[in-house]
Design a protein around this ligand. Structure first.
Ligand SMILES: Cc1cc2nc3c(=O)[nH]c(=O)nc-3n(C[C@H](O)[C@H](O)[C@H](O)COP(=O)(O)OP(=O)(O)OC[C@H]3O[C@@H](n4cnc5c(N)ncnc54)[C@H](O)[C@@H]3O)c2cc1C
Length: 396
C-alpha cells in the first residue's frame, strides 16, 4: 500500500490546493489520467467517494489495522459508513507513518505568533481581542468592518471573512442586502456532531497498559475498533451521549518538553462525537439534557475510559478543565453547536458544494466581500488553503 501511496498520493494532495471547481482542476485530472492510466485513475476517484469502512474492508483483514484508519475519517465528521470518508484517512495514515505528525513546539499559539509577526513585518496591522459587529454594505459593496467598540475599519480592496456563513450573513451582513435565494442556502448550511475538550495537567505520563512505546506517540485514538467508532457516531447523530465515545488524545508534552514543567505532563482529549443538544444518554446513566449539568459527569466517563486502558491514570491528574460544546462555541463563534470543523464535510457539502453549490470560489453576492475559512473549500485543517487560493485570485 505504501508503494502505491507514494506513486499516487501527490496527485490527490494537489486537488486540495486547487480552486474548486476550476479549469486547473480539469487539467490536473486529465494529466493524472494520462500518467496513471484509466484503471488507476478511477481507483483514485473511487477512494474520494468511498466510506472509510468500505476502503479498509477492501484492503485489510485485521480489525486492528482497520482501526488505524477509520478514526481519522471522524476528524471530518465522517463516521465509518459515510461516503467520502476514506480520502482523509487514506492520506493521513501513510503520511504520518512516513513523515510523523507535525506540531508546533511550545503549542499551536506559536504558529499564530509567527503569522502575526510576518504580517506586521510586511506593514500589516493586526487587531486582536475585538469582536466585529457588522460589515456595512454601501452601493452593493462591502465598505468595511465595524468593531464592538465602534471603530470602523475601511475595506480598501476587500473584506475577507473567515466567519462561518450563518454567523456572517445575518449577524454581520444585513440579510436585506443579500438575495433571498442565497440566504436560503445560508440557512441550510449543516453542522456536524459536536466535540467536547478535556484539558489535563498530569503528575507524569499516561501509564498505558499497551506499553511504554505508546508514550512516544503525540496522538492516540481510543475507540478502539471501527465498530466502536460507528456506534459512537450513530448514537451522537441520534442525539444520545455515546456510551463509549471516540477519544483523540494529544500527549504532545511527551515529545515537546517546553509544554510542561520537568516530570509533569499536559494532555488534551478531544471527545468525539457528542450531540450539540443531547436528548438522552446511550448508557442510560445520565438523565440531564443540559450541558451545564452534564459537563463534569460526562468528563468522568471519558476519564474512566482512559483509566481502563491505563490503570493509575486518574491518580496522576493534578488539574482539569472541561469545555462542553456550548463552551466551544462561546470561545469561538465559528464552532456552531460545538462542531470543531464548522460544518459537515459530507460529500453534498464538500468540494464544489462547500459552503454552497455555486459559491465555492470564495465570492459572495456582495461585491468586495469574500468568505474563507474551514466552512469553505478545502474545509477544516490548519492548511490556510482557502485564504491562499483567494489571495492568488485577488493578486491577479
Ligand atoms: C479542538 C480542535 C482540535 C483541532 N485539531 C486540529 C488538528 O490537530 N489539526 C488540524 O489541522 N486542524 C485541527 N482543528 C481544526 C482547525 O483548528 C481549523 O480547521 C482551523 O483553525 C480553521 O481556521 P479558520 O481560519 O477557518 O477559523 P478559526 O480557527 O475558527 O478562526 C476564526 C477566528 O475568528 C474569530 N471570530 C469569529 N467571529 C468573529 C467576530 N464576529 N469578530 C471577531 N472575531 C471573530 C474566532 O473567535 C476565531 O478566533 C481542530 C479544531 C478544534 C476546534
Amino acid at each position: 500500500m505504501l508503494q502505491e501511496f507514494s506513486r499516487v498520493s501527490g496527485h490527490l494532495l494537489t486537488i486540495y490546493k486547487l480552486p474548486m471547481p476550476s479549469f486547473a482542476l480539469l487539467r490536473h485530472a486529465y494529466s493524472v489520467y494520462r500518467k496513471l492510466g484509466r484503471a488507476e485513475f478511477w481507483d483514485l476517484v473511487q477512494i474520494l467517494l468511498a466510506s472509510s469502512q468500505n476502503f479498509v474492508d477492501a484492503r485489510f483483514q485485521s480489525e486492528k489495522v482497520k482501526a488505524l484508519f477509520t478514526p481519522w475519517g471522524f476528524h471530518l465528521d465522517n463516521g465509518p459508513d459515510v461516503s467520502g470518508g476514506a480520502a482523509f484517512p487514506y492520506l493521513e495514515v501513510p503520511l504520518d507513518y512516513m513523515n510523523g505528525l507535525a506540531f508546533s513546539t511550545g503549542g499551536v499559539g506559536k504558529l499564530m505568533d509567527a503569522m502575526i509577526a510576518t504580517i506586521r513585518a510586511k506593514g500589516g496591522e493586526v487587531v486582536l481581542g475585538k469582536a466585529a459587529t457588522s460589515i456595512p454594505v454601501e452601493q452593493g459593496r462591502a465598505a468595511g468592518v465595524v468593531l464592538a467598540d465602534g471603530t470602523r475599519l475601511s475595506a480598501g480592496k476587500a473584506v475577507i471573512a473567515n466567519v462561518t456563513p450563518p454567523k456572517l450573513f445575518g449577524p454581520l451582513v444585513a440579510e436585506q442586502v443579500v438575495p433571498a435565494s442565497f440566504m436560503r442556502k445560508v440557512r441550510g448550511f449543516r453542522y456536524g456532531a459536536a466535540t467536547m475538550m478535556v484539558h489535563l495537567a498530569l503528575d507524569g505520563p499516561v501509564p498505558w497498559m499497551a506499553g511504554e512505546h505508546l508514550s512516544k506517540c503525540s496522538y492516540v485514538h481510543v475507540a478502539p475498533y471501527s465498530e466502536d467508532v460507528s456506534r459512537a457516531y450513530q448514537e451522537s447523530l441520534l442525539g444520545y451521549l455515546p456510551k463509549s465515545p471516540l477519544l483523540v488524545i494529544g500527549q504532545s508534552s511527551r515529545l515537546d518538553k517546553s509544554r510542561a514543567p520537568e516530570g509533569k505532563e499536559t494532555l488534551w482529549v478531544q471527545v468525539r462525537a457528542v450531540p450539540p443538544v443531547p436528548k438522552g444518554d446511550a448508557a442510560g446513566e445520565l438523565t440531564s439534557t443540559d450541558w451545564e449539568v452534564l459537563r463534569e459527569p460526562y468528563a468522568e466517563r471519558v476519564l474512566n475510559k482512559i483509566e481502563s486502558y491505563a490503570p493509575g491514570f486518574k491518580e496522576r491528574i493534578l488539574a482539569m478543565k472541561v469545555l462542553a460544546p456550548p463552551d466551544m462555541e462561546k470561545d469561538n463563534p465559528n464552532l456552531v453547536g460545538g462542531d470543531s470543523v464548522s460544518g459537515s464535510h459530507h460529500l453534498d457539502q464538500h468540494f464544489m458544494f462547500r459552503p454552497f453549490a455555486g459559491w465555492s470560489r470564495y465570492r459572495t453576492p456582495v461585491k468586495n466581500l469574500y468568505m474563507i475559512g474551514q466552512s469553505t473549500w478545502p474545509g477544516a485543517g490548519l492548511s490556510a488553503a482557502s485564504g491562499y487560493l483567494l489571495g492568488k485570485e485577488l493578486a491577479k
